[in-house]
Design a protein around this ligand. Structure first.
Ligand SMILES: [Zn+2]
Ligand SMILES: [Zn+2]
Length: 170
């Protein structure tokens, strides 16, 4: 019998309904089961005072120490504004082929809740794609297309293109 593995979704300062929506999306797009968890980070961990932002690499390293039973991947969804060196901001971060991903809701927010939740799902799927070894995709509709702006997030879909999907299966 094959042991089931779970994608853990951990929220940090975000709405529970958002987590439910993202979890439904993960089941639909990846066909994987989801469990909810919580992470607690020390106050102001990774905070850069001059930039008034959080350093994504530092936070990813922190959550990378977290493991849960039967965990396949862990994606942490935070309300923090994230940056990486050389970039003004980033929507999320994951190590290629790693077990952990980070997504920020900060710049994805909209008064239209459906749109907001969908944007977060896109970035979650994108970062999870990286954890499954996928690189950026040139196909503009594919979720693995790199987004540098909200405009680009809205242009792409929540799903993987055929090519990325076959790599994902592999
Ligand atoms: Zn990416
Ligand atoms: Zn693709």
């Amino acid at each position: 019998m094959q042991e089931s593995k779970f994608v853990y979704v951990a929220g940090f300062g975000v709405d529970k309904r958002l987590l439910l929506s993202v979890s439904k999306n993960i089941k639909e797009v990846f066909g994987l089961e989801v469990r909810f968890s919580q992470i607690s980070m020390p106050p102001k961990y990774g905070y850069n005072e001059e930039r008034d932002q959080y350093h994504a690499g530092t936070l990813l390293e922190y959550i990378s120490k977290v493991y849960y039973p039967h965990m396949l991947k862990l994606v942490a969804i935070l309300s923090y504004d994230l940056y990486e060196n050389g970039l003004n901001f980033i929507f999320g971060l994951a190590k290629l082929g790693g077990g952990h991903a980070l997504v920020s809701t900060y710049r994805l927010w909209d008064t239209d809740e459906r749109l907001f939740f969908e944007r977060v799902s896109k970035e979650v799927n994108h970062e999870l794609g990286h954890t499954f070894g996928l690189l950026h995709c040139k196909n503009p509709g594919c979720v693995m297309n790199f987004s540098n702006s909200l405009y680009e997030v809205d242009l792409k879909g929540r799903f993987f293109c055929e090519r990325c999907r076959s790599l994902l299966k592999y």
